[in-house]
Design a protein around this ligand. Structure first.
Ligand SMILES: Nc1ncnc2c1ncn2[C@@H]1O[C@H](COP(=O)(O)OP(=O)(O)OP(=O)(O)O)[C@@H](O)[C@H]1O
Ligand SMILES: [Mg+2]
Length: 261
């Protein structure tokens, strides 16, 4: 029986072992892969398995170093230092997960660098502290190489501080199991949806920026499990989210017709 306290994650390779090695050897980890392929779920699963608290930050283009480390906040007339999520992870020996890290402002790398080499320290300029990361601390970052722009790539001096794992959509057999597990739809009814997802993924690059994610497949199966007609669910969860172009939509619907017969 799976442990209900550990978020469900079906491995598709040796990623769990690699994560454990990285954790035990105090190496930071970089996850790359398309949207909705299981990166966030994987980190949640591994943090629970290792029994470490998880601090997740969704990075955006306004995110600064102070958002991660902390700042002085006004509290009833006093200014009180408040740790940011990165500082809390360091103090508590937890896992800090920075999602879509390439979005963050450039000054973020300044705080990440001393934490991600053999020093493992976090300097807090504002409080004058120099925090030494305990063994339980781990930094995990992720990004989607598909959205990377020339301006927003990670600098080599940053990326070469991390060991990296490349994520892909799971192979069909595994993906059908995941979709069934997540949606409650019987597995034999998930198989054709996965087949359709892979047919649509083959169009990536021609008409589509990104293929159907495992996340969308789970949505689609969830709607069908709740009683929605498959045609309608497929359109709502696997076609419309991919494109706004009427021609492309027609082409995708045609692929669905052919694939599902
Ligand atoms: N290997 C897997 N095991 C279990 N569930 C999975 C797996 N891969 C994908 N999923 C399902 O797909 C959903 C989306 O995965 P997740 O949120 O981890 O994607 P992501 O890679 O973090 O995407 P994004 O880059 O958009 O943040 C999960 O909520 C889960 O239902
Ligand atoms: Mg994610």
């Amino acid at each position: 029986m799976a442990d209900p306290a550990i978020p469900y994650y079906a491995p598709t390779g040796d990623e769990c072992a690699l994560f454990e090695h990285a954790y035990h050897h105090r190496l930071p980890l970089l996850l790359k892969g398309p949207t909705g392929c299981g990166k966030t779920r994987f980190v949640a699963h591994m943090a629970a398995r290792l029994g470490r608290p998880l601090f997740t930050v969704a990075c955006h283009d306004d995110l600064t170093a102070a958002d991660l480390t902390g700042r002085y906040l006004l509290q009833g007339g006093d200014t009180v230092w408040t740790d940011g999520p990165l500082t809390r992870a360091v103090r508590e020996g937890g896992i800090c997960y920075l999602d879509e890290v390439v979005e963050a402002r450039k000054d973020v790398t300044v705080v990440l660098h001393p934490l991600t080499d053999d020093r493992r320290v976090l300097p807090l300029e504002r409080t004058g502290e120099l925090l030494q990361a305990p063994p339980g601390f781990m930094l995990v970052i992720s990004y989607n190489p598909g959205y990377q722009t020339v301006l927003k790539g990670l600098k080599p001096s940053t990326r070469q501080r991390f060991i990296a794992l490349d994520f892909h959509f799971p192979p069909p057999e595994a993906e059908a199991t995941i979709v069934a597990e997540e949606s409650g739809l019987p597995r034999d009814r998930c198989v054709p949806l996965v087949r359709l997802a892979n047919a649509l993924r083959d169009l990536k690059g021609q008409d589509l920026e990104e293929g159907v994610s495992t996340r969308l497949l789970v949505y689609c199966a969830t709607l069908i499990a709740a009683g929605m007609k498959p045609d309608r669910a497929i359109r709502a969860a696997m076609i419309e989210p991919l494109t706004d172009e009427p021609d492309v939509r027609q082409a995708l619907l045609r692929v669905a017709e052919i694939t599902l017969g």
